[in-house]
Design a binder for this molecule. Structure first.
Ligand SMILES: NC(=O)c1ccc[n+]([C@@H]2O[C@H](COP(=O)([O-])OP(=O)(O)OC[C@H]3O[C@@H](n4cnc5c(N)ncnc54)[C@H](OP(=O)(O)O)[C@@H]3O)[C@@H](O)[C@H]2O)c1
Length: 277
């Protein structure tokens, strides 16, 4: 399969690196990137061809992955419309809806939507995928194979669920980093230097995630097992409950989903005034 990326930024680089690690040949991957420095880096570090011209970069591609910023997508899709041929188009842009992209691509409906997250940069991402019912199994498999190179994939049945994916796993690393920051701050206040505080916080996260992943028990049970009556964890959890931290996290994720819906509507509108984000 001949694969072309349009946009050679962070996400495209992560996906290309993952694909090469999975045994894809550099000669089967091209990247279209407008920035000369970024093109030079793609060629030098990943060994893939990087083109300034969209027409050259996507010619005869079986699949085109759109990896530009959401705000750049309309213009890129309109330029791609006469060049896409029969290629499968995969978009990783946050918020850009299937119908809008199909319209900008001049009615090209062989489109799969994907929502990765930044741990893809460490090949540990989780990507939500959506395709309409009419999509072929082969197209679904190809999209999952490409995004799966940088981590795990999960299909959603309804496109609205992509707003939930954005809110949970797309923005999710920031929630985790927020918690790690707080844990590091507390460790520092309790007398550890920065390195030790970081090690304590990160290894706690890594270990708890590993344990939760390997255990058949839900997180609530694992939490109860750490919480002995009258102990230190019980005191800490009571403090978290007093500040309603759990409920705040739930509200935060709902707020992110709402913002994703707003951005999707604004980005997809062809009315310039509706595009004010
Ligand atoms: N990073 C994340 O956490 C994340 C998570 C999920 C989804 N995504 C989605 O992934 C997409 C890419 O994100 P990113 O972080 O990789 O962004 P990025 O680093 O800004 O990469 C986009 C690249 O495309 C280039 N570009 C812009 N217009 C172009 C054109 N017409 N033709 C070719 N290249 C063009 C940009 O150049 P200039 O910088 O010169 O404009 C930039 O190098 C976004 O749509 C984002 O919503 C990102």
């Amino acid at each position: 399969m001949k694969l072309s990326f349009v946009g050679g930024g962070n996400m495209a680089r992560a996906l290309v690196a993952g694909l090469l690690k999975k045994g894809w040949q550099p000669g089967d991957i091209r990247v279209v990137e407008i920035d000369a420095g970024a093109r030079e880096r793609l060629q030098r570090e990943l060994g893939v061809a990087a083109h300034a011209s969209l027409a050259e970069g996507v010619a005869a591609a079986d699949c085109v992955v759109l990896a530009v910023k959401p705000q750049q997508m309309r213009e890129v899709a309109r330029s791609l419309a006469p060049l896409a041929g029969e290629a499968l188009v995969v978009t990783i842009a946050a918020g850009i809806r299937h119908a809008d992209l199909t319209r900008w691509l001049g009615g090209h409906s062989r489109v799969v939507r994907a929502m990765p997250n930044t741990p893809a940069l460490a090949l540990a991402g989780i990507t939500g995928l959506y395709a309409p019912q009419a999509a072929t199994q082969a197209d679904r498999d190809h999209a999952a194979q490409i995004l799966g190179a940088a981590g795990t994939t999960l299909w959603v049945e309804r496109e609205e669920q992509m707003d939930a994916v954005t809110a949970v796993s797309g923005s999710g690393p920031a929630y985790v980093f927020y918690f790690i920051e707080a844990l590091e701050k507390a460790a520092a206040e309790l007398g550890f230097d920065q390195d030790a505080a970081r090690t304590l916080a990160l290894e706690t996260f890594r270990g708890a995630v590993k344990l939760a992943g390997e255990s058949a028990e839900p997180a609530a049970i694992l939490r109860e097992r750490v919480t002995s009556k009258g102990g230190t964890t019980e005191r800490a959890l009571a403090e978290l409950e007093k500040s309603a931290v759990g409920a705040s996290i739930v509200r935060a994720v709902h707020a992110a989903a709402e913002r994703s819906r707003e951005l999707g509507a604004a980005l997809g509108s062809d009315e310039p005034q509706a595009r004010a984000l």
